[in-house]
Structures are given as structure tokens and as C-alpha cells.
Write a protein of this length. Structure first.
Length: 295
């Protein structure tokens, strides 16, 4: 199976490239923004037409949540229009399409983790653009699967875990929001889950197609609690570790509104694809250990 992945420099694409090495029957080609630019009409379609993949995984996105409030047109161009164009191009060559989406399509008012059928009501431009992307993909390619994930971290790029490790090297105390809940997800684990879809489709192409799934870490925690777990792993490895103090969202104003609870329930994915993400601490440990090896 030939798989085309957009967003080569991103956390998910880099994790997919790494994890796909264990599956010789999967040929993975990752494209950079210079090669396949979702902000430019026709750019991704040309690459898909040239490579003729069996599966396209759209891991490219506009992810600057606060900046999107100032650049709504660009966020919608990349996350909605570009995604729809890529899905249509995949359909034209007979390829299936996996669209990565986000927990920020929800407003955070639910008491517990969100299932796939929960009503969406994004609070931010970013969330609205990603929801519009889901709708565009759904309309453009029946052979799609929309995969929502949350709070992604990895050894790659920019993410909360890397920011906390770096901050602990220069600060004794870190103040972190404690009234927003989510399900932190290792991009490495997420890549394994995405590849489980590709492997399942080799045997049963119709499995889960046309559906929305959630795939995120199994534990619902606050940003503050997540930071505390990261610091625990830093201490265990002898890396600089800071004290973590809780603050409220009101104490840390941002341009974009965040949901108070955006935890995702991944039970349906586990049921249909036989894959569940591991516990939070071991996944955090793996990433912190890899960062320690780079210091």
C-alpha cells in the first residue's frame, strides 16, 4: 500500500514516517509544504495525481490556535478548503483519505469525555476551521475516515511537553492552567493507531470508512496535572525539574477561547480497529527519555 502523508515537518507526519519503518508492506511518502501546500489551490492535488497513492493521510494543518483569530481566512483556506481539495484529489485517483481533526470542535461543556456523536460547537476560529474541514472531506470523498485527536506531544516540533522541559531548565516554578481538561496524546502512539487503520484496510477496505473516530490518550487530566507528570519524568532522569503551580484560565488570557473539557472517548476506535493508546505516564516517559538523549 502506497501512503501519501501531508505535512512532513509536523509531529504526526514525522511519527508516521518513523513508525512505518516497521511495516515493509506500507510505502509511506511524506510531502513538505513546499511540495504540497494546502494554502495554494491545486498544489496538493497535483502531488496526489502524480504519486497515485492508495491512501492519503492529511496531517498538514494550520495549528496556531491564537494566531488563527487574526488570520481566519488563512486558517479556513488550509484546514477546510485545502483539506476538501485534497480529499477530492484522492477520490480522483481512487485513494482513501484520513483527515486528522481536533478536540477543539467541542465547546467543553460536557461533564465527561466526548464521544463521536456529541454535538460540536467550536469556540475558536481554529476549531471552526477544523470542523469545516471535516465537512469538506465528508462531501468530497466517500472513502474517508475523520480522526479527532487531542493535546498532541512528541520529540518533534513545538508542543506542550517540549515547552515544559525547556522551561524547567530556566525556571524554578511553572504556572500552568488547571481548569482545562483534555486527553494528552503521544504522536508516536497516534501514528501506530493511524497505521492500524491502513493495515486493517488491506484486509477489509470498508472498515470504518465514512465515519468519525476519536483517538486520544486514555487519561483525562488538566494542563497542570500533565505538566506535573512531565516534571516527574524529568526528575527521574536527572533533568532540571520545576515546581508546578496551578492557575485558572482567567489568570492566563489568550486570544482564542479554549474548551474547559475537551477530553475524547476512544472506545469506538478500540472496538473497530483493535487498537488502544497506552497509559499516559509510559508514553510521556518515552518522549522525555528521547529528549534527554538530545541534550
Amino acid at each position: 500500500m502506497r501512503i501519501l502523508v501531508t505535512g512532513r515537518e509536523g509531529q504526526v507526519a514525522r511519527s508516521l514516517a518513523e513508525r512505518a519503518a516497521a511495516h515493509p508492506d506500507l510505502e509511506l511518502v511524506a510531502t513538505s509544504r513546499a511540495e504540497a501546500d494546502l494554502s495554494s489551490s491545486g498544489s496538493v492535488a497535483a502531488v496526489i495525481a502524480a504519486l497515485q497513492p492508495d491512501l492519503v493521510i492529511n496531517a498538514a494543518a494550520y495549528t496556531a490556535v491564537d494566531q488563527a483569530e487574526e488570520e481566519p481566512a488563512l486558517a479556513f483556506r488550509i484546514n477546510a478548503e485545502g483539506a476538501g481539495e485534497a480529499a477530492a484529489a484522492a477520490r480522483a485517483v481512487g485513494a482513501a483519505f484520513i483527515q486528522l481533526s481536533t478536540d477543539y470542535v467541542f465547546d467543553g461543556e460536557a461533564a465527561g469525555p466526548y464521544g463521536e456523536e456529541a454535538p460540536t460547537n467550536p469556540l475558536s476560529v481554529y476549531g471552526r476551521s477544523k470542523l469545516a474541514g471535516e465537512e469538506a472531506v465528508r462531501a468530497a470523498n466517500p472513502a474517508h475516515l475523520i480522526l479527532r485527536t487531542a493535546w498532541v506531544y512528541s520529540p518533534f516540533g513545538r508542543n506542550f511537553l517540549k515547552s515544559m522541559v525547556a522551561a524547567a531548565g530556566i525556571k524554578d516554578v511553572l504556572t500552568v492552567v488547571d481548569d482545562q481538561l483534555g486527553t494528552p496524546t503521544s504522536a508516536l502512539d497516534l501514528a501506530d493507531g493511524i497505521l492500524s487503520i491502513a493495515l486493517a484496510w488491506q484486509a477489509e477496505p470498508a472498515q470504518g470508512r465514512g465515519k468519525v473516530y476519536h483517538l486520544a490518550g486514555p487519561e483525562q487530566v488538566s494542563w497542570c496535572a500533565f505538566a506535573g507528570i512531565i516534571m516527574d519524568e524529568c526528575r527521574r532522569l536527572g533533568l532540571p525539574a520545576a515546581e508546578v503551580k496551578p492557575i485558572s484560565t482567567a489568570d492566563w488570557p489568550t486570544a482564542a477561547r479554549r474548551p474547559r473539557n475537551s477530553a475524547l472517548d476512544s472506545a469506538n476506535f478500540a472496538r473497530d480497529f483493535g487498537f488502544a493508546l497506552p497509559e499516559l505516564r509510559p508514553s510521556v516517559r518515552t518522549v522525555v527519555e528521547r529528549l534527554a538523549g538530545q541534550l
